[in-house]
Structure formats: C-alpha cells, structure tokens
Design a protein. Structure first.
Length: 323
C-alpha cells in the first residue's frame, strides 16, 4: 500500500535515509526540517522526484497536513548541539511531540517516535532492557535531551491510552554511517574527521567507557519494520547493535582502517557522560524479527569512504561545540 508519509527532521542523518528509502518504495514523502543541524545536500538528490517534497518548518510550531504515517525524527542528537540551546532542545521534544501527535490524532495517522538510549541515563542495569526505568540527572547539562525524550515517550503513551492514537516508540542507540554531519560532535564523526586530517584524536576520559554502534542501514530497516508492524506492539523497543566496544577500541580501529598517523590525547570526561551503553535487543528480535547484520569494521569502512569523498568546507558546524 502506498502511504502519504511525513518525516520530521527529514534532512538529517537518519531522516534523509528514511526519506530516500520510502521515496524509492513509491510512497508520497514530505520532508519537514528547520535545518538547524541538517544539510540540504542530504536530500538534494530527491528534489526532482515527483513523490517527494520539502518544507522548512520548526515542529515547535503547529502545522496542518494530511498524512497516513509520521516519523518524528526531529531533534538535535549530539551533546554539543543540544546543549547549545537547551531550552529549544526540550521544546523540540515536548512541544514538537504535542504538535505531531495532534496531527496524528486529527488524521488518524500512525506516528513513530524516535526516542533514544539516553532515556536510560548512566545505566545501573547492563545491558539495558526496555523495562529498566533509567538513571537520569534531571538538572544536569544533558537533561534537556534526556528528559525531553522521556517526556516525549510519556506524551506518546498518554495520547495512545487517552485518545487511541496509533503510536510506535523506538529507542535508538548509537548509529553511524554515510551522511553523518562531519561536525555533529558525535564520537564516530569526530574520530574520522580527526584521523583523515592526521590530527590528534580527542578521547574524553580514559577511553574505557563503552558504546555499541549500529550501522545506518540496519537502523533504518528496524525503524520501518516497527512502523509497519501490524500487531498490538507499540514499544518502546531498543534498536541498536548489542556488540560493545570501548571508546579507545573505536579510536584504534579508525586509525587502523584510515592509515592515519593521528595520536590519541585525553581530556576530562564531561558531566553525566554514561560509562556503559549496550542494548538488549531480545524484544526487537521477538517482535520485529530484526537484528543488525553489519559489523563495525565494515560499517566504518563505508563511512570512511564517504568522508573521503566529501569536501569539509561544504559543511558548516551548526554550533561551536563539535569536538
């Protein structure tokens, strides 16, 4: 069935890949973005497609559209960017969710919330399961994002229970791949940019903190599977790669694959930075029949190849906080 689909944050890293996949499948896709941390170049190749259109709009403001499905992907996701304007960040999660849920309620549309592993905070349970309620500092410098996403999940479930809105919630763990903004402040893009320029690679803390890294293709597969899931399962569901790496291992792997002469340097660990992060994806396997297929080395090579093919001067840092 062909759907009319709205993707908020559709010009961002993951949003643009969703747009591309769904346009290719023949759906009518509306990409909505305010271009704070995203790039028009991410969706430029889609502009001539008859089933694709783009709107510059901020989801903290109401909008009236007629759609069948909504992927709510909009929100700065890198700490340097969401901390740059923390009030706007939490407004995006809270007011944006209210506005998009309003569209879904009025249209009878299904709506998916791109939540985050950050709802678990600095976890006391490892690996993280969906039933774990998290350990988040509500007054810390990361709270604008962490608590904003937690409130968004609350709103989605209350609209579902009170107004029968058809919702889906995915909790996205660290994701990487081509079209990451070179200055998005994430650890993969930072390390690759520094390695390709043979600059010192900046590791915060001693590098023993862990993350799991999911390649973008696997992630998009899971998000679409969750949206199109026709059971009563609404989530939340963890989406990520359960293989765990230290930040130091990631840096060493990128140096090896790129042939860089970069040295590793250490800086103090930022406040409230999680020490361990790894998803339990048993629920995604059981409910969606999904698990990631692409190993870190393969995904990093694809990402390195993409970075080597772009001109860094074509990308502006969205904020001063990108390293």
């Amino acid at each position: 069935m062909i759907h009319r689909i709205l993707i908020t944050g559709g010009a961002g890293f993951l949003g643009s890949h969703l747009c591309e996949r769904l346009v290719t499948e023949g759906h009518d896709v509306i990409c909505l973005d305010n271009f704070f941390t995203s790039q028009k170049t991410n969706i430029q190749h889609l502009l001539g497609e008859p089933n694709f259109e783009i709107l510059r709009h901020d989801i903290t403001l109401p909008i009236f559209l007629e759609v069948d499905q909504i992927y709510n992907m909009a929100c700065p996701a890198a700490p340097g960017h969401y901390q740059y304007n923390p009030i706007k960040t939490i407004k995006t999660s809270v007011l944006g969710s209210i506005n998009m849920l309003g569209v879904a309620k009025r249209c009878g549309a299904r709506i998916l919330q791109a939540s985050t592993s950050e709802v678990y905070g600095d976890p006391e349970v490892h690996p993280q399961v969906e039933s774990y309620r998290g350990s988040v500092n509500p007054i810390g410098i990361r709270a604008c994002y962490d608590e904003g996403k937690r409130v968004a999940e609350t709103l989605f479930m209350d609209y579902h229970r009170s107004n029968n809105v058809d919702v889906r919630i995915v909790r996205i763990f660290n994701t990487y791949g081509p079209r990451m903004h070179p200055y998005d402040g994430r650890v993969v893009s930072n390390f690759i940019r520094q390695a390709l320029n043979n600059e010192d690679i900046t590791i915060f803390g001693d590098g023993s903190q862990t993350r799991s890294f999911c390649y973008r293709n696997d992630l998009v597969d899971a998000i679409i599977a969750m949206m199109n899931n026709e059971t009563n399962f609404v989530g939340p569901v963890n989406i990520g790669n359960p293989t765990e790496f230290t930040i130091l291992e990631l840096a060493e792997k990128i140096i090896e694959l790129s042939g860089s002469s970069s040295r590793l340097i250490h800086k103090p660990l930022p406040s409230d930075d999680p020490t361990r992060r790894r998803p339990d994806i048993s629920l995604a396997k059981a409910q969606l029949g999904w698990e990631p297929k692409i190993a870190l080395a393969e995904g990093l090579q694809h990402t390195l190849d993409w970075f080597q093919g772009i001109k860094l001067q074509d990308y502006r840092p969205p904020t001063p906080n990108y390293s």
